[in-house]
Write a protein that binds this ligand. Structure first.
Ligand SMILES: Nc1ncnc2c1ncn2[C@@H]1O[C@H](COP(=O)(O)OP(=O)(O)O)[C@@H](O)[C@H]1O
Ligand SMILES: [Mg+2]
Length: 249
């Protein structure tokens, strides 16, 4: 190939595409009646990126998560996944497009078995959950005939994540997954989520109060304060002490 041909390739825009974010949220506002909790907030995540949203109680993490999955309406703004605008779509339609949501407080179906809980996460009858699910969460295989309500907190958290993964999502939304879970399990959870990301290219947006978990899992951290992001840093530049200071009361 001639040098001019190489130059032509290098300078052509198609040769070096700046990849668009998989999840692109711009300027969303969310309110409960007159009380506006999220005001013109923007957030994006690349495919395979893990983004942690850190914030104290009452700062708007759950409100944001519910708005992203469609359990709360947005007053304005856009929620775009893979180029598709979802902000006016029903939650089930967002799931069909590749969003999955693990609510704060876990909410397993207590009377259903582990296996049945996972099946409720499928997008349609006859579909199979990802084969790797029980490899990621071996304790769920051991417990598959047990009722969800009889599992420990850490096991229930694994179960609701597995249930969310059963829909083959592109973006997993996790709302405070470490709440009420033992430190040893928290560490395992961070490891398995990173493995799933590495193997499946999954994008994860996780809200947290536990800084150590966020640092163990995230490629990028954002700090939310009364519905606004007041800090953002990524990779080697994550300033642990600055973030810790913002999270101290
Ligand atoms: N159903 C609701 N009705 C009215 N206000 C609410 C409701 N849920 C949450 N809020 C308020 O919205 C703010 C953010 O809450 P939330 O999103 O739950 O925060 P976080 O998840 O960060 O703890 C808080 O001030 C909270 O009191
Ligand atoms: Mg919350």
């Amino acid at each position: 190939m001639s040098i001019s041909a190489i130059e032509a390739i290098e300078s052509s825009p198609a040769a070096a595409p700046e990849s668009a974010a998989l999840l692109d949220v711009t300027g969303i506002s969310v309110a409960y009646g007159q009380s506006q909790v999220i005001r013109r907030l923007s957030l994006s995540a690349q495919q395979g990126e893990i983004v942690a949203i850190l914030g104290l109680n009452g700062m708007g993490k759950t409100t944001l998560m519910k708005a992203l999955i469609g359990l709360l309406p947005v007053r304005q703004g856009n929620i775009v996944l893979g180029g598709k605008e979802l902000s006016q779509r029903e939650p089930y339609e967002r799931v069909m497009e590749g969003l999955a949501y693990v609510p704060q407080g876990r909410m397993v179906f207590p009377k259903l078995t582990v296996e049945e809980n996972i099946i409720t996460g499928l997008r349609s009858a006859g579909e199979q959950p990802p084969e790797a699910l029980y490899r990621y969460f071996p304790v769920l295989w051991d417990m598959r005939k047990r009722r969800g309500g009889n599992l420990s907190g850490g096991q229930q958290q694994q179960l609701v994540i597995a249930r969310a993964l059963a829909s083959h999502p592109r973006v997993l939304l996790l709302d405070e997954p470490t709440e009420g879970i033992q430190p040893s399990i928290i560490k395992q959870l961070a490891e398995v989520l990173r493995t799933i990301r590495d193997e499946q290219g999954l994008t994860i947006v996780v809200s947290e109060q536990v800084l150590s978990f966020a640092l163990a899992i995230a490629d990028r951290v954002l700090v939310i304060d009364r519905g606004h992001f007041i800090h953002e840093s990524a990779g080697k530049d994550i300033d642990e002490r600055a973030v810790a200071r913002l999270l101290s009361i």
